[in-house]
Every structure is written in C-alpha cells, then in structure tokens.
Design a protein around this ligand. Structure first.
Ligand SMILES: [Mn+2]
Length: 238
C-alpha cells in the first residue's frame, strides 16, 4: 500500500510532453452520427487552424441508429488526423469484442444495444463486421494522459495509482469513483454515466462529458488549452 501522499501522479511524475495547442474531448456517441459530424465540424471551426487533438471517450456503438456510420466516420477521421486523434475504448466496444472472440455470449450485448449495431451493419453476428472495423475496435486505447488531464471512458479506481489502473475499472466504473473527492494529480475526463441535465458535469477532480446523445440529449465536447487544466469552453451538437 502506497502512502497517501504518493498515491497519485503529480504533474512532475512521468509527465508526458504537454499537448500543444487545443485538445477536444468528446463524450459518448452511441451511433449518433449526425451529432458527431456536426460537433467535429464546430470544433475544427473554433480551432481556426490551431493544432487540435481530438480525444474520443468511447461508446461509439450500440443503442443508436448508425453505429456503422460512426465507426466509419471515426476511422476516416483517424486516417486524416493521425496522431492528432486518440480513440479510447468504451464498455460497449469491449462487450462487442468479447462476443466476437467467444469470451461472452451474444445475448447480453444484443440486449444492451448491440442489436442496433448489427442492424446498422446489416449483419447477423458481430463476427461478420468488416475486418477493418473489428481491427480498429481492437486498436482502441484504455486511457490518455496529456500531463494535465487523464482521459478514460468511465473513470478510475480511486484506490489505485493512475499508472496501475485495471481495464475493467477504466471502462465500467461508476461508484465509488463518482463520489470520490480526492485530487488524483490530473483532472479525470470521462463519460459513461449519462447526465440527465444534458449539461457536462465539472467537479474539482473530474469532468463527465456524457450528456446522453443517444437518449435525446446533445453530444458534448470540452475544449482544452495547453496552459490550463479546466476546459476553456464546451461545445454541443444536437
Ligand atoms: Mn459506457
């Protein structure tokens, strides 16, 4: 057990190079293609040519109408942006891959929105998704640290250091993370737990960007500048 004082990373510990320019973090999409296109366009317009890194927080598929379109759009964006785009893995991508690999039965995932994903691809089984799409889903990252903020799908386990987190917590956790008030040395930027208000939830130690785009809310992005930790503004679509 580490002493409390060294429990979390501080800005000086293993700090990666600070992201230059702007960073745009995008909450849970769940097949909401038109909101995604609209949001990306707005963020690029706001950046006005300054270097802009996109960080997508996961849950691209399931529940919504066009998961196939969302995955294709993000794959194309990745081709265009290269290292200026980071795509994280959500629990819905994880569930789909576990079904694909025979680790989990299909029934639970299908009942959690997977059925809509299969329909959008026009296939009966997740194994029949295009190989390029499955490979892209497998390539997703679990977290991204820009030196001021730690980006994940769901949150972190407050009892573990940021560099020793477990996959299951990063993509599934709600409590005790959501009620934890400790300073982790980074602002935790996450989604996964929809906010009925339709507004992002900025706390001292975390920022939730899941404004329930697939449940009728907007899709939300936070725009960060390199010189400060809290977002400089929010951008919403839909
Ligand atoms: Mn989720």
């Amino acid at each position: 057990m580490l002493p409390e004082s060294s429990h979390y990373l501080t800005a000086a510990d293993d700090a990666p190079p600070q992201a230059k320019g702007l960073t745009c973090a995008v909450g849970d999409i769940h097949g909401s293609l038109s909101k995604l296109q609209d949001l990306v366009t707005r963020c690029e317009r706001l950046a006005a040519g300054a270097p802009l890194t996109f960080v997508f927080l996961g849950d691209y598929i399931d529940r919504g109408a066009d998961s196939a379109g969302v995955v294709r759009y993000l794959m194309n964006l990745q081709s265009r942006l290269g290292q200026m785009m980071v795509a994280l893995k959500g629990n819905h991508e994880s569930m789909a891959l576990e079904v694909c690999d025979g680790i989990s039965p299909a029934a639970y995932w299908r009942s959690q929105g997977g059925e809509a994903t299969l329909q959008s691809y026009g296939v009966a089984r997740v194994q029949d998704l295009p190989e390029t799409n499955l490979n892209w889903l497998r390539s997703l990252h679990l977290s991204y640290d820009d030196g001021r903020r730690f980006y994940v799908h769901a949150g972190i386990n407050p009892l573990l250091p940021l560099n020793a987190q477990r996959e299951r917590d990063l993509i599934w956790i709600r409590e005790p993370f959501l009620s934890d008030h400790r300073d982790y040395g980074r602002l935790i930027v996450h989604g996964h737990t929809p906010l009925e208000s339709g507004e992002p939830d900025l706390r001292a130690n975390r920022l939730n960007l899941d404004t329930g785009a697939v449940f009728g809310g907007p899709l939300t992005a936070a725009l960060f500048a390199s010189g400060q930790t809290d977002p400089v503004r929010f951008v919403q679509a839909g």
